[in-house]
Design a protein around this ligand. Structure first.
Ligand code: SAM
Length: 473
């Protein structure tokens, strides 16, 4: 029976409730009065239930869809301003004992080279990432208790945080590893991770079991209940996501929002982020084999509906998406993107020979970080390398209250400008630097509090003239 407060996966992601939601959405998708009232509710910025949001997703009325897009854009501007947080994935190991049908790291794939970074190689990768300008990483690994035990992951995190090279530093390590125990989550928490990210892949239990035929990941309940264990282990920033293309998107969308509602109901805080990956071509994987692929337009509609349904949750998009798609969805609510990414184990320090690729999937956006940063500024955004919230202890509900109090503009905005300044001084090409310096001058005026504005100006001078780094509000 559907119960958002239950700790059992089958209760809080009730298949019955999702099916009833989809039927309700289908029945009401042309009820313009109801749709108006849902849009009005979303305008209060208090979020929408999975049922309400599913009606918006099902709606086919062009005018109403446009209103949802406009609202998503407005919410994005009001909460996140024009800042886009930058990150990069770092693949530690592609050893994996699971049998996921969509992933090239599956155990039966014998032609992909298996690699696991040594600590020396982690160092090389991180220095290469620091030299690009990155400050925030998401570490990735296959599931393999022998090759990638939690001790290995912890050792890598320790190595990453310990590397001081020129003015570089990785200030936040997010972790995307397989579902694990409360005890291991506690260890990750104590190692100082940022967000724990775990994609559900699909909320549809039967499909989940078919797509994960072998290995520990086969256990739907263990995987779906992972975020509760992570929170029990002390991690209060968790990141949800589904792999779009595996199952019907309307089903996934309702499941995703029900998962968010469950976290809010049980732990008092919803997900910190939601990721929206789509299945990509990879070694041994043809995305056309999964017949639930979605068009770019539907993808944009999903992003807009997520934005209006959970206004306080950051949205992440990776280099799986092309420049054109990224441009479209950044407007509709995406707040974090990766840049200059490699999905291979060891690809940053030394490019891999093509015939020995350990890549997880093909990257669509192949631009360098400098190109992505410049492009963002040219289309009106502030690329931000900020990691302040988590380092100031503003995680979980404390981050949410910052969002809700409207103080973001006095806090995140100057932090974004200062970290951009560091990037421009230390890593940018002359052309990018020129655009960035002009942008910073212009954007300083958008800090509401006079006092904060003055301190930010002083810090910017310290960065430029005295080589100081890592200021934050
Ligand atoms: N092994 C960990 C787990 O089991 O959750 C997570 C790490 S895995 C490197 C990160 C994510 O990549 C997976 O959760 C999956 O959604 C995504 N992924 C796997 N194969 C993919 C493909 N062919 N295209 C796009 N994304 C893929």
């Amino acid at each position: 029976m559907y119960d958002p407060k239950s700790l059992r996966a089958e209760d809080f992601i009730s298949d019955e409730e999702i099916k009833a939601t989809l039927a309700y959405a289908e029945e009401n998708k042309n009820d313009l009065e109801l749709i108006d009232s849902i849009i009005e509710k979303a305008k209060q910025l208090k979020g929408l239930s999975h049922r309400e949001a599913s009606v918006l997703l099902a709606c086919e009325n062009e005018e109403k869809i446009q209103q949802v897009y406009d609202l998503a854009e407005r919410i994005k501007k009001d909460f996140y301003g024009n800042r886009i947080v930058m990150f990069a994935p770092l693949y530690l190991s592609n050893y994996c004992v699971n049998g996921c049908l969509y992933c090239p790291y599956h155990l039966k794939n014998k032609h992909i080279p298996r690699k696991k970074l040594t600590q020396e190689e982690v160092r090389n990768e991180v220095i290469a990432l620091q030299d690009m300008g990155h400050k925030r990483l998401a570490i990735e690994a296959g599931e393999d208790p022998v090759n990638n035990p939690i001790e290995y992951i912890l050792e890598c995190i320790n190595t990453i945080y310990g590397i001081k090279h020129k003015n570089g530093a990785i200030r936040r390590v997010n972790v995307n590893i397989a579902a694990t125990t409360v005890e291991n989550y506690r260890k990750l928490h104590e190692a100082g991770i940022g967000t724990y990210i775990l994609f559900q892949e699909t909320y549809h239990k039967e499909s989940y079991e078919r797509l994960h035929p072998t290995g520990p990941k086969h256990d739907y309940a263990y995987h779906t209940e992972a975020m509760d264990r992570a929170m029990e282990g002390g991690i209060d920033d968790v990141g949800l996501g589904v792999l779009f293309g595996l199952e019907l998107y309307k089903y996934e969308f309702a499941g995703l929002l029900m998962h968010a509602e469950h976290l809010e109901a049980v732990h008092g805080v919803g997900p910190h982020t939601i990721s929206v990956p789509r299945v990509k071509h990879a070694d041994d994987i043809d995305p056309d084999e999964f017949d639930n692929g979605i068009s770019d337009d539907i993808f944009a509609k999903i992003c807009a509906c997520i934005r209006v349904a959970v206004p306080y949750t950051g949205m992440i998009i990776s280099t799986r998406e092309s420049k054109a798609v990224r441009e479209k969805v950044i407007r509709l609510g995406v707040s974090q993107i990766s840049g200059g990414s490699k999905t291979s184990v060891g690809g940053y320090y030394e490019p891999e020979p093509e015939d020995e690729s350990s890549e997880q999937f093909d990257v669509s956006d192949k631009r360098t970080l400098d190109e992505v940063v410049r492009w963002l500024m040219e289309i009106g955004y502030i690329p931000s390398f900020c990691t302040a919230c988590y380092r100031e202890g503003r995680t979980g509900d404390r981050f949410m209250s910052l969002c809700k109090s409207g103080q973001i503009q006095n806090c995140c905005h100057p932090n974004a400008l200062m970290t951009l300044k560091e990037y421009l001084v230390d890593y940018a090409s002359p052309e990018t630097r020129k655009i960035g310096e002009e942008l910073i001058q212009k954007e300083l005026d958008n800090i509401p509090k006079e006092k904060v504005r003055q301190i930010a100006r002083d810090y910017l001078t310290e960065i430029e003239k005295n080589g100081k780094r890592d200021f934050r509000f």
